[in-house]
Design a protein around this ligand. Structure first.
Ligand code: ADP
Ligand code: MG
Length: 325
């Protein structure tokens, strides 16, 4: 459905995106994950024909976005980072305005029915007659989603759709995106990992304009650690424990995290793949008489994932250079 090859956008000497390629299949919900400045909005703006590329090709359903922007745009509903909503219009006025802007086919999509159907889907039918400026942020965002849905596009591109919303509204929008995914191919961007994990069937990690990883959320975590990571709090001598844990064959990596108020020491322990490292840790603690105060799973943060991916990328680049030399 979406095909991007060797896309590059440069501002002067600076690359906003650099030689990125990916495909999105029909019905997929793809998450674009990356920190601020990674190149997410740039890519989305190019895909939606709002921005030209320096190099490369982007196609929607076989149509080149840069060669035939009008035909491509018909296939896309776009929710930009700042939704293009008019505060002084009512929801009704605004959606009718968008309907005429998009030159919707009156026979295929009769105006009243089409708009009523969308309002029901994104649950704004109860504020249809209200001024947009008087709506809560969550409602405003849903009005933004509604305008993207007008014309019934096959593809939805949503740039950070939950930014600035409260937790309740975030959950609403996530559920909505999942529902929309049943009828549309979706790309959404986010700088928050759980966001992408909650909604997407596939994730592309982007940093400094380059793609670092592309796969299912599960693939991603496997690529990253390969082993289980736990945090263990023990009453022990910190250095003695570090030495014992480092020497254990089931432990791949161990580091001291912090000293706790209760006198215990917390360690981050990564196991070797396909083994439950807790057993080995328990064995050591038992033999040394170090009471274990707590054990918990360590969830990788976005920062850690990036660090790991960047490290991995550098390693691969170096290995490739060595092969070439
Ligand atoms: P994201 O959406 O992931 O936060 P962007 O795509 O907005 O990132 O930006 C990617 C990079 O391109 C950033 O470093 C940004 O500063 C730069 N950039 C974006 N727009 C412009 C512009 N008009 N002129 C110069 N640099 C820009
Ligand atoms: Mg952005």
């Amino acid at each position: 459905m979406i095909e991007v090859s060797h896309l590059t956008k440069r501002y002067g000497k600076k690359y906003a995106v650099r030689d990125i390629s990916f495909k999105v299949n029909d019905g997929e919900i793809l998450g674009f994950l990356g920190p601020n400045g990674a190149g997410k909005s740039t890519t989305m703006n190019i895909l939606t024909g709002c921005l030209s590329a320096t190099d490369g090709v982007a196609k929607i359903d076989g149509i080149d976005v840069l060669e035939d922007p009008l035909a491509a745009k018909k296939k896309i509903g776009f929710l930009p980072e700042l939704p293009p909503i008019y505060m002084d219009m009512t929801v009704e006025e605004y959606l009718k305005f968008v309907y005429s802007l998009k030159k919707c086919d009156k026979n295929a999509l009769p105006r009243e029915e089409h708009i009523a159907d969308i309002c029901k889907r994104v649950r704004i039918d109860d504020v249809y007659k209200r001024l947009i400026k008087n709506l809560s942020k969550g409602y405003k965002q849903r009005v933004g989603l509604a305008q993207a849905l007008i014309g019934n596009p096959e593809v939805l591109i949503l740039d950070e759709p939950t930014v600035g919303l409260d937790p309740r509204q975030i959950i609403d929008i996530r559920n909505l995106v999942k529902e929309l995914g049943e009828r549309h191919t979706i790309i959404l961007s986010s700088h928050i990992l759980p966001e992408v994990q909650a909604t997407c069937s596939r994730v592309i990690v982007i940093n400094q304009g380059e793609i670092l990883a592309d796969g299912t959320p599960e693939d991603l975590s496997k690529v990253l650690s390969g082993g289980q990571v736990i945090i263990v709090k023990m009453l022990c001598d910190k250095d003695a424990a570090l030495a014992k844990l480092e020497a254990c064959p089931d432990v791949r990596k161990v580091s001291f995290k912090n000293a706790e108020n209760d006198g215990s020491s917390a360690f981050v322990i990564e196991g070797v793949p396909d083994k439950d490292v807790r057993f080995a840790v328990f064995e050591i603690a038992k033999n040394e008489n170090w009471p274990i105060i707590g054990v918990e799973n360590h969830e990788l943060t976005l920062e850690e994932i990036f660090l790991e991916l960047v490290k991995k990328q550098e390693k691969e680049k170096k290995a490739q250079q060595e092969v070439e030399e």
